[in-house]
Design a binder for this molecule. Structure first.
Ligand SMILES: Cc1ncc(COP(=O)(O)O)c(C=O)c1O
Length: 413
C-alpha cells in the first residue's frame, strides 16, 4: 500500500483479503456495513500474527525478555494512539474493550467522583444506546436527571435550544461526533465551548468519526473522547478512552484487580498511576498492538482524503436514491454528513430488504442500529443503512442504487 502515491480505492482493496472473496457463490462482495465494523488490511493481520508468533507475553508483569518486548510494543501502541488524536500525554490514553467499555468506565468513575443527586447529564436525541444506557443506569444509582438535546426533522441538533438545556446544573454533556444512523456531523468544538461556559465537562462518542476524519483532542478541548479499534480497520476487543490527565487523576478506578494497584493489603489497596489505574487485569495486548498498523495505514492514505472520498460516495448515493419512489433518506444533506446513508422504504421491512440485497452481494445493516430513541423520534422503528469506508468505490454505489430500485420493484411491484 505504501507505494500508492494517490488515493485509489481500487488499489487499496488489494490489501483487504476479505474483499476478494465472493459471497453467495459468485457474487462480488460490496461491503457497506462499515458503521457496524470495518474490514482489516493484511498489514494489520500480519502484525498481529507476527506478535503472537514472536513477541507475545503478558505485559507489565515479568522481567523476562519476552515480557519486556511485549510491554514495549504495547506502550508503543499507546504512543501511536496518543499521536493519532494529538493528546498531550500517553497517560491520557486508556485502553478499554471498545467505545461501550470506555463510556461505562466514565459513567462509573466520573459519576462517582463528580456527580450528586439532582445533577444533570445532557445527551442528544441521536445517541447510540452505548451513550444512553450507561447514563440511565448511573442516573438511577445517583438520582440524576438526564436531558436530551432535540434534533430537527433533518436530523440536525437544535442548537438554538442549547441555552435552555445546558445550564449550571449540567455536569456532563456527552454526544456523538457523527451519528451512526443519520451521518450528521455535530459541531464538536462549538458544543464543547458552550458546555465549558456553564462548567460542564464534555465527552465525545467518536466511534463514527475517529476512523474517518482527523481528530485533535487538544484543538477541540474535549474532556473525554472514546472510540473502537474494530471500526478503524483495527482488531475487535480493543478501544480507547482519552481523558484529560487532571480529570483522570481525580477519578477513582472502575474495575479492580491486577495491574491497577500500587499496593494491596488484606484491608485495602492504593490505586496505581495513570493509565494503569484504569486497566485492571490482562489487557487486550495483541489487539492494542494491532491498532498501530491500522493507524499507520489510515495516516498513509490520509484522513482528509478518506473523509472527502466517503462524502463523495454519500452524495452520489443520496443523489441516486433521492428520486426513488417510496424511499425516504434520513438525515441532513450530504455536505453535512459523513459516509453514512440510512433510509426507509414505505411498505418494505428493512430485514426483508437487506436479505434480498445480500443475495446480490451487498452487505448493509438493517434494524434500529442501536438507536431506538432516534428512530422513535422519526416515528419509525427501523431503517436500512449503507455506511462507507476507504475501500468502497463509486461503481459500488452505482450498482447498489440500481439494486435498491430493482429490489423495491420486486418487493412492492
Ligand atoms: C456512535 C456509536 N457509539 C458507540 C458504538 C458502540 O461501539 P462498540 O460496539 O465498538 O463499543 C457504536 C457502534 O456502532 C457507534 O456507532
Amino acid at each position: 500500500m505504501s507505494q500508492h502515491a494517490f488515493f485509489d480505492p481500487e488499489l487499496l482493496r488489494e490489501d483487504f483479503p476479505i474483499l476478494q472473496q465472493p459471497v453467495h457463490g459468485t457474487k462480488k462482495l460490496v461491503y457497506f456495513d462499515n458503521g457496524a465494523s470495518t474490514q482489516r488490511p493484511h498489514q494489520v493481520m500480519d502484525v498481529m500474527m507476527d506478535c503472537y508468533a514472536k513477541s507475545y507475553s503478558n505485559v507489565h508483569r515479568g522481567s523476562h525478555s519476552l515480557s519486556l518486548i511485549a510491554s514495549d510494543l504495547f506502550e508503543d501502541a499507546r504512543e501511536a494512539v496518543r499521536k493519532f488524536i494529538n493528546a498531550e500525554r500517553s497517560q491520557e490514553i486508556v485502553f478499554t474493550s471498545g467505545t461501550t467499555g470506555s463510556i461505562n468506565l466514565v459513567a462509573h468513575s466520573f459519576g462517582e467522583a463528580f456527580l450528586s443527586p439532582g445533577d444533570e447529564i445532557l445527551l442528544t436525541e441521536m445517541e447510540h444506546h452505548s451513550n444512553i444506557v450507561p447514563w440511565q443506569q448511573l442516573a438511577k444509582r445517583l438520582d440524576l436527571k438526564l436531558r436530551f438535546l432535540p434534533i430537527d426533522r433533518q436530523g440536525r441538533l437544535e442548537l438554538e435550544a442549547l441555552d435552555s438545556f445546558l445550564t449550571e446544573r449540567t455536569k456532563l454533556f456527552s454526544f456523538a461526533s457523527v451519528s451512526n444512523v443519520l451521518g450528521t456531523r455535530n459541531p464538536v468544538e462549538e458544543l464543547t465551548r458552550r458546555a465549558h461556559e456553564v462548567g460542564a465537562k464534555v465527552m465525545v462518542d467518536a466511534a463514527q468519526s475517529v476512523p474517518h476524519e482527523p481528530t485533535d483532542v487538544r484543538h477541540s478541548d474535549v474532556d473525554f473522547l472514546v472510540f473502537s479499534g474494530h471500526k478503524m480497520m483495527g482488531p475487535t476487543g480493543v478501544g480507547v478512552l482519552y481523558g484529560k490527565e487532571a480529570l483522570l487523576e481525580e477519578m477513582p478506578p472502575f474495575l479492580g484487580g491486577g495491574s491497577m494497584i500500587n499496593t494491596v493489603s488484606q484491608e485495602c489497596f492504593t490505586p496505581g498511576e495513570l493509565p494503569a489505574k484504569f486497566e485492571a487485569g490482562t489487557p487486550a495486548i495483541v489487539q492494542a498492538i494491532g491498532m498501530v498498523p491500522a493507524i499507520e495505514y489510515l495516516q498513509r492514505v490520509g484522513l482528509q482524503q478518506i473523509f472527502a472520498h466517503e462524502q463523495l460516495l454519500a452524495a452520489k448515493l443520496m443523489d441516486r436514491l433521492g428520486s426513488v419512489d417510496r424511499l425516504t433518506i434520513l438525515g441532513p444533506p450530504a455536505e453535512e454528513r459523513g459516509g453514512i446513508v440510512s433510509f426507509v422504504i414505505q411498505g418494505v421491512n428493512s430485514m426483508d430488504f437487506s436479505t434480498m440485497v445480500d443475495l446480490k452481494g451487498f452487505a448493509i445493516r438493517n434494524g434500529h442500529h442501536c438507536a431506538m430513541p432516534l428512530h422513535a423520534k422519526f416515528g419509525i422503528s427501523e431503517s436500512s443503512r449503507a455506511s462507507f469506508y476507504l475501500y468502497n468505490t463509486l461503481q459500488e454505489v452505482e450498482r447498489f442504487a440500481d439494486q435498491v430500485e430493482e429490489t423495491i420493484a420486486m418487493l412492492v411491484g
